[in-house]
Ligand binder design. Structure first.
Ligand SMILES: Cc1cc2nc3c(=O)[nH]c(=O)nc-3n(C[C@H](O)[C@H](O)[C@H](O)COP(=O)(O)O)c2cc1C
Length: 226
């Protein structure tokens, strides 16, 4: 008998059994969970993080190197870090061309990856030398940004033009914080000043080689807000 609310973990397998309760408090069964601890043999934190922190938006990051050679690569370790100043963050796992270019020039753009652009975005994740511009290689048309030197993806309905704010290292990973100096949004996806999700149709990255299509939208006003 396992007391409700108390787990029993088998230290060898890290399988945890615990009693579950139905609404009202009756014990209705026993379920099991497996616990994975970073550092244990066979535990792959990358596989677990990418499968569990989902869905992740994809930043299609364009940079140029000091000689003006372009670079384009998708990054799904990507989020908002601050609203004022407007700062976004993405992570380079290892030192890649994107990170080197941002360190050299201090600028980058982030274009949204829509359903139509998913194949092309994936193709630009190929490991190519710094002398190769993935946009040219894959045939992704770029257009000039308004404020920063790196271009943005012409067919993407929205792009954030960013200047490097700072970086923070964790082991082999580097989180890049960029201040957004311009948001460029296609009129076609705007409802007034609001970029409308069902018109943007962004895709997301999940675990392994899984991608998520645009999910259904539901509306839930926050308590106290109408
Ligand atoms: C959808 C998707 C998301 C990715 N997310 C990341 C990421 O968050 N960080 C990272 O370092 N690499 C990520 N990658 C792999 C990079 O895109 C890949 O290593 C690329 O070659 C880096 O390009 P660069 O060397 O030109 O900067 C991702 C790949 C795909 C397809």
């Amino acid at each position: 008998m396992i007391p409700r609310g108390r787990a029993r973990t088998d230290p060898a397998t890290r399988v945890m059994a615990y009693a579950t309760a139905a609404p009202g408090g009756t014990v209705c069964g026993v379920s099991t969970r497996r616990e994975f601890r970073p550092g244990d043999d066979g535990v792959d934190p990358y596989a677990l993080l990418t499968a569990l922190v989902v869905p992740r938006p994809i930043a299609w990051v364009a940079t140029v190197d000091a000689d003006g050679v372009g670079n384009l690569a998708p990054h799904s370790f990507f989020t908002v870090a601050s609203h004022r100043p407007p700062i976004i963050a993405f992570t380079s796992i290892g030192t890649k061309d994107t990170l080197r270019n941002i360190r050299a020039t201090g600028e980058f753009t982030v274009s949204l990856v829509t359903e139509d652009l998913a194949e092309a975005a994936n193709a630009t994740s190929a490991s190519l030398g710094p002398e190769v511009d993935e946009a040219e290689q894959v045939g992704v048309a770029m257009e000039a940004g308004s404020v920063v030197a790196p271009p943005r993806v012409a067919a993407s309905p929205a792009a954030l033009e960013c200047r490097l704010h700072s970086t923070v290292g964790f082991g082999a990973s580097t989180v890049i914080f960029g201040e957004v100096v311009a948001f460029s949004v296609d009129e076609a996806v705007l409802d007034g000043d609001h970029p409308e999700f069902t018109r943007l149709r962004p895709v997301a990255r999940l675990g392994r080689d899984e991608w998520g299509l645009t999910p259904e939208v539901i509306h839930r006003p926050r308590p106290g807000q109408h």
